[in-house]
Design a binder for this molecule. Structure first.
Ligand SMILES: Nc1ncnc2c1ncn2[C@@H]1O[C@H](COP(=O)(O)OP(=O)(O)OP(=O)(O)O)[C@@H](O)[C@H]1O
Length: 249
């Protein structure tokens, strides 16, 4: 089980912001705690600026938390290498080398995970088939469309076959077909027994995929539980708007 335990995170403001806000820091996460149960899909929801990306980045160690910890099956993912390898993280900033082909990128990053030879080829081909990018393995990353790039970057993030897959807005900016492809992929990964945590603003994706949701608001977990418990049979988009703006549904 992946556990976020009392995560706090503040960012230092730049000089102009410090003057405007009469503060040196902005406290973005204020004690975020939740679990992702094995073999489930959890949606991380919240309005722009709620702290979703910061949560995912601190969970995966991409940035350090000021306080709190993250464990995978009881092991701290920030200090235990084996636990860290249990996570795969994709976000808009997941980098690929633009001048290299998709294949060369995946071979390079696979090598960093210790994959080589037939095992590496098999893993790249498996992901290319599942995500539907086998036909552009030889294309240079700089020549990819947004959707193509997204799939290649997701593949890069999970080359090492992690138990936990963490995706920051995986379908943002994608057309319906490319989005559906990624949603199918998440579903397949769940069927394979993986644990998935992803942030999104698309409530239909949440309704069709998620076993549970975590609603973040102003850096605090506002709700953590099943969709049914959150919505009580009502429409998710309306419920979340109601809950977060305190207006009647
Ligand atoms: N590197 C940074 N330095 C300073 N402030 C930051 C930094 N990164 C994020 N923030 C601020 O932290 C807050 C939360 O940002 P975050 O990106 O985590 O929110 P989010 O819920 O993912 O938003 P969105 O839905 O728009 O992607 C925002 O006020 C943002 O401006």
């Amino acid at each position: 089980m992946l556990t976020a335990n009392n995560i706090h995170k503040a960012y230092r403001l730049n000089k102009k912001e410090q003057k405007l806000q009469h503060a040196k820091h902005i406290q973005v996460l204020k004690g975020v705690s939740f679990n992702c149960k094995p073999g489930t899909v959890t949606g991380l929801l919240g309005v722009n600026g709620a702290g979703k990306t910061t949560t995912l980045r601190t969970l995966t160690g991409a940035i350090s938390a000021d306080k709190g910890n993250v464990t995978l099956d009881g092991l701290d993912v920030h200090t235990n290498k084996q636990a860290a390898l249990g996570l795969g993280f994709h976000s808009a900033s997941t980098a690929l080398y633009k001048r290299l082909s998709v294949l060369a990128n995946l071979e390079f990053f696979g090598g960093l995970y210790g994959l080589k030879g037939a095992n590496l080829t098999a893993r790249v081909n498996e992901l290319a088939d599942r995500l539907g990018f086998a036909h552009y393995l030889e294309k240079r990353v700089k020549d990819l469309s947004t959707g193509m790039l997204q799939k290649a970057a997701i593949a890069r993030a999970i080359l090492h076959d992690p138990q936990i897959i963490i995706l920051d807005e995986p379908t943002t900016g994608l057309d319906v077909m490319a989005s559906a492809n990624i949603i199918d992929f998440i579903r397949q990964q769940k069927e394979l027994g993986k644990t998935i945590l992803f942030s999104t603003h698309n409530m239909h994706e949440v309704e069709s995929l998620c076993d549970s949701i975590v609603v973040l608001h102003k850096g605090v977990v506002h709700f953590d539980g099943t969709l049914e418990d959150f919505c009580g049979g009502k429409d998710l988009a309306r419920t979340i708007t109601h809950v977060l703006s305190d207006k009647p549904v």
